[in-house]
Design a protein around this ligand. Structure first.
Ligand SMILES: Nc1ncnc2c1ncn2[C@@H]1O[C@H](COP(=O)(O)OP(=O)(O)OP(=O)(O)O)[C@@H](O)[C@H]1O
Length: 448
């Protein structure tokens, strides 16, 4: 549509110049300096407005981000009575955006006055040239009218062309951003090996001299971790803040760059598998349990692979059967965005039910019980001990009590595995880090 219009306007513009030149040939000589001036203004305006548009876009995003974050945290904002601070913050961001917007509009006005001036100049030239010719008797009065009418249309057309050109440049900002995102390296999804259907059927995890870092150019966060986790073992990982507990689990999912060493699960080198295969076969319960907008059924079984009996069984195991059966629509009851209509503990239990349903042989719990009460923590631990007894479970602990009954404890320090033993033996060694963390357990925290 726009291209069609653009072509029509361009042809109309050309026709107007030809008509004026035919009416009085010196019109073309007079129009050349104006055309050069026009090009100069066009280049100046397009370059400026492009940058102003970019500033406007950049300053607009924080306004939306702040607004949606404030909406999400309304209760916290009110609880701390910091409404005024948040209002001030968003007003400052809006003001910044308004400044950019104002400059953008001002530049448009700047262009408007110059284009009007150039347009009037063209009409003036056409008028003077054709009237001069008419006085000299070379031109019929009707042709004077024709010439001025066409000159008026030139100024309108030029105005339109310059604005469209500027607009295209401005909108190209979006293309520039998109092309930036398309050129970002993505994770290597493809694998060159497909494991057997039943993989992993035991849950044996072997880490051999694992070195990992968050990105090329950053310092390594794991330095040569070597350990074998036997099938069905319950392993607790502890260590001070920043010791590399989460990084170790991220390595299992190949989220971070393992630049040296090897991790095998049931004999398969995970670096050779496709990411989809690898991640499909591991389950993780993060500290912030994730539930999606939809029904309970969708949250438990997004790929519709299980029947209702299995779903109810998983809810029974995670002690949610009663809660769900009391809801009006049972399994089809709605879950709001982020699972806000359930408590954090219940969300953890839903995640546990989901992990149980997926039947993956390996479950990773990353400080999963950090933000729930001790009672729910106990429920989670007892579910792990019973329903997950035939699976390998790695628990990053927030409370010492959480991992006290693990089969083995891994203690990390500065990205190195410094202890690997059963909890009793480690507690007996008074100089062990695990024992020192246990001594601090009055605070119920490890590494915090
Ligand atoms: N996204 C990241 N980018 C770069 N470095 C990171 C990133 N996340 C963590 N690190 C670094 O990796 C190291 C290990 O962090 P990690 O989160 O694994 O520790 P942690 O033991 O899980 O700590 P916490 O108990 O606080 O969760 C730290 O030095 C940290 O600074």
């Amino acid at each position: 549509m726009s291209l069609n219009f653009f072509l029509r306007v361009s042809v109309a513009c050309l026709a107007a110049v030809i008509v004026n030149t035919v009416v009085a040939w010196y019109f073309i000589i007079a129009i050349i300096p104006i055309f050069i001036l026009y090009l100069y203004i066009m280049r100046f305006f397009v370059a400026t407005s492009r940058e102003l548009q970019r500033l406007e876009s950049i300053s607009r995003s924080p306004v939306f981000a702040h607004f949606s974050e404030s909406l999400g945290g309304l209760t916290t904002i009110r609880a701390f009575n910091v409404q005024e601070t948040f209002a001030k913050n968003i007003l400052a961001k809006i003001e910044k955006n308004n400044v950019a917007y104002l400059y953008l509009q001002t530049s448009n006005r700047w262009l408007g006055t110059r284009l009007d001036f150039i347009g009037s100049l063209i009409v003036l030239i056409a008028g003077v040239v054709s009237l001069g010719s008419a006085y000299a008797g070379e031109l019929a009065p009707s042709l004077v009218g024709l010439s001025i009418t066409y000159a008026l249309s030139i100024s309108n057309s030029l105005n339109w062309v310059i604005r469209q050109a500027a607009d295209v440049e401005m909108q190209m900002n979006a293309i520039e951003r998109t092309s930036h995102y398309t050129s970002i390296d993505s994770e290597p999804y493809e694998g060159n090996k497909e494991p057997s259907e039943s993989w992993p059927d035991k849950g044996l995890i072997t880490l051999d001299n694992v070195h990992a870092r968050y990105a090329k150019g950053l310092d390594p966060v794991l330095h040569g971790v070597t350990v074998t986790l036997e099938p069905t073992q319950k392993i607790g990982i502890c260590g001070r803040t920043g010791s590399g507990k989460s990084s170790l689990t991220l390595c299992l999912f190949r989220v971070i760059d393992m630049f040296k060493g090897k991790i095998s699960i049931d004999g398969e080198d995970i670096s050779k598998l496709s990411l989809t295969t690898l991640r499909k076969h591991l389950s993780i319960i993060p500290q912030d349990p994730v539930l999606f907008n939809g029904s309970i059924r969708f949250n438990l079984d997004p790929f519709v692979e299980q029947d209702d009996d299995d779903l109810w069984r998983s809810l029974e195991i995670s002690q949610l059967k009663e809660v769900v059966s009391e809801l009006e629509f049972g399994l089809d009851s709605p879950v709001t965005e982020g699972g806000e209509n359930f408590s954090v503990g219940q969300r953890q239990l839903f995640c546990l039910a989901r992990a149980f349903l997926r039947k993956s042989k390996i479950l990773i719990m990353d400080e999963a019980t950090a933000s729930i009460d001790i009672e729910t923590d106990d429920i989670v631990q007892s579910i792990v001990r019973t329903a997950f007894k035939d699976r390998t479970v790695i628990t990053i602990a927030h409370r010492v009590s959480t991992i006290l009954d693990s089969d083995k404890i891994i203690t990390l320090d500065n990205g190195r595995m410094v202890e690997f033993d059963d909890p009793e033996s480690l507690l007996e060694q008074e100089d062990s880090i695990f024992a020192s963390l246990d001594n601090r357990s009055n605070s119920y925290q490890i590494g915090k």
